[in-house]
Design a protein around this ligand. Structure first.
Ligand code: GAR
Length: 219
């Protein structure tokens, strides 16, 4: 049975697209079952164009965070997802939500965690004089951007970078490591059981961003 994946987005959805394009390859044992946005989002149209089921659960239509999250959980559970990937989902999730999907809730964050949790990571890397910046895929726990890191990629910070050029360089790496984490999960090279995270070294199925050679996990 393919791994069934739900994705939450808030905007552009380029990481969602990287995951979807990866999962749609024949040799990748994963299906994107549902993409949900918390506000009208460009990414929903892109997901529909790929034939993926989408749902807008607009936060503005709900009284409070609890009722909004309950609607998201209902939709994800109805779609029988095995894992949930946050892809530019810009809301802080409650501890209850995180516990509901404990061990199967993932996030991509635009920094080399534990540096620069939260927002404006690129500007903060520049302001901090960082020589390296990057991105991290991590498990989501109730504490913001604090769950165990599964894979990271670094890029150099260049002398003439501004937040935009740096973000673009990091985003390219995000589009590689997030599908890698999905591929590892779908191929059984990554498994999570309570506090126990097991990573097996292996070759990932499929191609990511047109890379021909098989990608090795976790490097
Ligand atoms: C990405 O850079 C992602 O890492 C970041 O938002 C961007 C979304 O872009 N996520 C966060 O900052 C989460 N706190 P996308 O919608 O094109 O994937």
């Amino acid at each position: 049975m393919p791994l069934r994946v739900g994705i939450l987005i808030s905007g552009r959805g380029s990481n969602m697209l990287a995951l979807a394009e990866y999962a749609q390859q024949d040799d990748v044992n994963a299906d994107i079952a549902l993409v949900i946005a918390d506000k009208p989002a460009q990414g929903l149209d892109h997901a529909s164009q790929l034939g993926i089921e989408t749902l807008l659960l607009d936060r503005a239509d709900y009284q409070n965070r609890a009722s909004h999250e309950a609607a998201i959980i209902n939709a994800l559970d109805d779609a029988e997802v095995d894992a949930v990937f946050l892809a530019g989902y810009m809301r802080v999730l409650s501890a209850d939500f995180c516990h509901h999907y404990e061990g199967r809730l993932f996030n991509i964050h635009p920094s080399l965690l534990p540096r620069h949790k939260g927002l404006d990571t690129h500007q903060r890397a520049l302001d901090g004089g960082d020589r390296e910046h990057g991105c991290s895929v991590h498990l989501v726990t109730a504490d913001l951007d604090d769950g165990p890191v599964l894979i990271q990629r670094a890029v150099p910070v260049l002398a003439d970078d501004d937040a935009e050029t740096l973000a673009a360089r990091v985003l390219k790496e995000e589009h590689i490591i997030y599908p890698m984490a999905l591929g590892a999960l779908a191929a059984g090279l990554l498994s999570i059981d309570g506090d126990q995270i097991t990573m097996e070294i292996g070759e990932l199925p499929g191609r990511i961003n047109g890379v021909d050679a098989p990608l090795s996990w976790p490097a």
